[in-house]
Design a protein around this ligand. Structure first.
Ligand SMILES: Cc1cc2nc3c(=O)[nH]c(=O)nc-3n(C[C@H](O)[C@H](O)[C@H](O)COP(=O)(O)OP(=O)(O)OC[C@H]3O[C@@H](n4cnc5c(N)ncnc54)[C@H](O)[C@@H]3O)c2cc1C
Length: 353
C-alpha cells in the first residue's frame, strides 16, 4: 500500500499541473487513481471490518470481487500509462506476473475445489458437548484423513439442506493418532453456527486444510519442553487436539492448562478432559470461572495477578499457547510478558478475523 501510494507522487510530481487539468487522453493515470482508492478501500475494510460493522459474508464477497477487478484494471493501467512497459524486460516481467495471477486463479477457482470435492467427507455424528456447542465428526469417503498436526485448523464447507453453503474455519479438535475421522467442536456464535446442530448423518462436506502453526509440534518438535496452554471458552479446541494427541502418545512432559469459562455449565468435553488428566501424569488443569458466584476455585479475569499465581510453578522457558476471545488474549499476552515470559515463546491463535 505504501509503495502503491507513493509511486504516483514520485512519478507525476513534476507533471502535477498537466494532470490537474483533466483530459481524456490521461485516462490510464486516472484509472491509477481509481485503483489506489480501490486498494485503500480493500485494505481498510479488511482491517476494520468489525469496526465498520460489515457482516463477514458480505465483506468477503465484495472483497473477492473487488480484488479481482483491481487486478484486471491494474493490467489495463500499467499497459497504457507509459511506453516503458511495452517492450523488453519490463513487459516480460509484467506478463509473467499476470500469467502467475491467472494460473493461481485457475488453481484456486477451478482445480482445487474439484480436488477437494473428490476427497469429500460425510457427516458421521453430531453430538452436543456443552452449552450451544456441538462436536461434528466427519469420515473421509476414501478411507483416511489428510496429515495434520494437533492444533491446526481447516476450512469446512457443508453440503446440507439445513445450512447455507459457506466456508468457515474451525480447529481440527481430533487427534492425528485417530486418522479415521476429523472432529470439529463448534460453538454457536452467529447465524451460521446456530444451525450446526441441524446437520444430519449422511450430509457431506469438503475440507480445505490443514493450515496454521498453532501446534507444539510446529514450535518444539522432537523436544520435551514444558508447555503452558491458556484458553478462553471454545478457544480450548486446539489445546484439546494437542492434549488428545499427547495422551495417545503417552507424553510425560509437564503441561499446565489454564481454562477460563463463564460458568461450570460452559465447560466443554468435561468428562473427556478429566480422563485425559488421569492419563497424562504431567498435566495440571486450572479451571477459572468469571461469572459463577458459588465457585471455590480461581474466579475472575485472567490478569497478571491471577496468572502469576497459577503459573508460579512453571518455567519461563515453557512454550505458551493462548487462544480465546480477543480481549482476553490481549490481557493474557500483556500479563505473560510482564511476568517475564519472552514474546518469542508465546504463540496465539485468533478465532475472530
Ligand atoms: C483459525 C480459526 C479457528 C477457529 N476454530 C474454531 C473452533 O474450533 N470452534 C468454534 O466454535 N469456532 C472456531 N472459530 C471461529 C469460527 O470460524 C466462527 O465463529 C464462525 O465462522 C462464525 O460463523 P457465524 O456465521 O455463525 O457467525 P457470524 O456472526 O456471522 O460471524 C461472527 C464472526 O466470525 C467470523 N466469521 C464469520 N464467518 C466466517 C467465515 N466464513 N470465515 C472466517 N471467519 C468468519 C467473523 O469474524 C465474524 O465477525 C475459528 C476461527 C478461526 C479463524
Amino acid at each position: 500500500m505504501v509503495l502503491a501510494s507513493l509511486h504516483p507522487l514520485l512519478v507525476f510530481a513534476p507533471k502535477a499541473r498537466e494532470i490537474a487539468a483533466f483530459r481524456l487522453e490521461i485516462w490510464p493515470a486516472l484509472l491509477g487513481t481509481v485503483l489506489l482508492i480501490g486498494l485503500w478501500s480493500g485494505v481498510c475494510t479488511g482491517l476494520w471490518r468489525g469496526f465498520l460493522n460489515l457482516p463477514y459474508q458480505i465483506w468477503y464477497r465484495f472483497h473477492r470481487l473487488g480484488m479481482f477487478s483491481l487486478v484486471v484494471l491494474y493490467a489495463l493501467h500499467v499497459m497504457n500509462v507509459t511506453d516503458d512497459l511495452k517492450r523488453g524486460w519490463p513487459l516480460y516481467a509484467l506478463l509473467t506476473a499476470l500469467a502467475l495471477y491467472v494460473a493461481l486463479f485457475i488453481w484456486v477457482k477451478g482445480i482445487k475445489p474439484r480436488r477437494l470435492k473428490s476427497r469429500g467427507y460425510t457427516v458421521a455424528k453430531v453430538t452436543g458437548v456443552g452449552k450451544d456447542t456441538h462436536a461434528v465428526e466427519l469420515s473421509p469417503r476414501d478411507g483416511s484423513v489428510f496429515r495434520y498436526a494437533p492444533g491446526q485448523f481447516a476450512f469446512v464447507t457443508f453440503q446440507s439442506k439445513a445450512l447455507p453453503r459457506e466456508r468457515h474455519p474451525w480447529t481440527i479438535a481430533s487427534t492425528p493418532t485417530k486418522p479415521d475421522s476429523l472432529i470439529f467442536t463448534i460453538k454457536s456464535s452467529g447465524d451460521f453456527t446456530a444451525l450446526i446442530g441441524e446437520l444430519e448423518p449422511g450430509d457431506t462436506a469438503t475440507i480445505d486444510g490443514p493450515y496454521g502453526l498453532f501446534s507444539y509440534l510446529a514450535h518444539v518438535p522432537n523436544s520435551t519442553r514444558e508447555l503452558i496452554m491458556i484458553a478462553g471458552g471454545v478457544g480450548i479446541t486446539p489445546m484439546l487436539s494437542m492434549l488428545r494427541y499427547m495422551s495417545d502418545r503417552g507424553d510425560t512432559r509437564k503441561v499446565t492448562l489454564v481454562w477460563s469459562n463463564k460458568t461450570e455449565a460452559d465447560i466443554l468435553h468435561r468428562d473427556e478432559l478429566e480422563s485425559i488428566e488421569g492419563k497424562l501424569e504431567g498435566l495440571t488443569v486450572h479451571h477459572v470461572l468469571t461469572r459463577q458466584k458459588d465457585y471455590t476455585g480461581p474466579s475472575g479475569r485472567l490478569d497478571k495477578n491471577m496468572l502469576s499465581d497459577l503459573l508460579s510453578a512453571c518455567s519461563q522457558e515453557a512454550c505458551v499457547f493462548v487462544c480465546g476471545p480477543p480481549p482476553m488474549m490481549d490481557t493474557v499476552c500483556k500479563a505473560l510478558k510482564q511476568i517475564g515470559f519472552s514474546s518469542r515463546r508465546i504463540h496465539t491463535e485468533r478465532f475472530s478475523i
